[in-house]
Design a protein around this ligand. Structure first.
Ligand code: JF5
Length: 269
């Protein structure tokens, strides 16, 4: 996969050289190019922003430097190859998720456009649609100063899914969000630490009981921390013990879906 990032702070993307993603680059699984937006300006002051039409606070990124940068990045594309995906981090984007990361990991080319200030002139998104599949994407409902930190998170989430990047493929299948539930708690040696014991079932050697305990811990945690995830959970073909676990948490199963019982307090101990 080839990844290009355009930013006015290319140094902020330096962490991508490190760790897992840096290893993926060394192994030739990921080609990463970081570009300075100011290199695509043509005025003496290398201006990238201006005041917003219609008034209001802050500054807006000018369209022409973006068009120059994105055209340059899109230029060296073999004829017949698919349009690269242009990801524009923004609190106003569609939500980035593990499913989005999986989907994007299958692309040949990704381009990230890091906005700053109040954002990029909207006409850039319209123009770019001729050369890219444009995807404004949000990490969550909070505001960052620019897209760079969001790109670090997205490139790491996508990069680690590339074939060959993570050594053990099971660690990818098993982990958080692949089944729409939070992960179960994990423990390592020593079995007793500062008067705290590892749950006995994990030392029992009974792999069936361990798997069931872990599943039930996933349900308990998800109910406690992310009950919104349980609204989409497919409870249709759960074994009896798992149905009981949900009943104990205060849920009924109504045509394959979990429904919180009216009398069950959401934040009870
Ligand atoms: C950004 C204008 C981009 O703040 C974000 C963001 C929040 N969730 N996901 C991304 O992106 C930076 C700020 C202002 C455009």
């Amino acid at each position: 996969m080839r990844v290009d990032v355009v930013s006015i702070f290319p140094d902020y993307l330096a962490p991508l050289e490190l760790s897992l993603i840096g290893k993926a680059r060394q192994d030739g699984l990921l080609e990463l190019n970081v570009h300075d937006l100011r290199d695509f300006t043509s005025d003496r002051h290398r201006t990238v922003d201006d005041t917003p039409y219609g008034g209001g606070a802050g500054m807006v990124m000018k369209p022409e430097p973006w068009a120059q940068a994105l055209a340059a990045v899109a230029a060296d594309r073999p004829s017949g190859a698919a349009k690269p995906v242009l990801i524009v981090p923004s609190p106003a984007g569609e939500r980035f998720s593990q499913a989005a990361a999986q989907e994007l990991a299958g692309e040949e080319r990704l381009v990230f456009a890091c906005g700053r200030y109040e954002g990029i002139d909207e006409r850039v998104m319209e123009w770019a649609a001729e050369h890219f599949t444009v995807r404004p994407m949000s990490l969550g409902d909070y505001v960052l100063n620019g897209g760079e930190v969001a790109v670090l998170a997205m490139v790491e989430a996508i990069g680690r899914l590339l074939p060959g990047v993570v050594g053990n493929p099971e660690s990818l299948v098993e982990e958080s969000h692949s089944d729409g539930l939070l992960e179960y708690p994990v423990y390592t040696k020593p079995s007793s630490w500062r008067d705290r014991e590892v749950p006995a079932v994990l030392l029992s050697g009974n792999h069936g009981k361990i798997a069931q305990w872990r599943r039930h811990e996933q349900y308990r945690r998800t109910d406690e921390r992310r009950p919104d995830l349980l609204e989409h959970f497919d409870a249709a073909k759960l074994p009896r013990a798992d149905r009981t676990a949900f009943a104990d948490l205060g849920y009924d199963i109504v045509d394959g879906h979990l429904k919180r019982r009216a009398d069950s307090g959401g934040d009870s101990a």
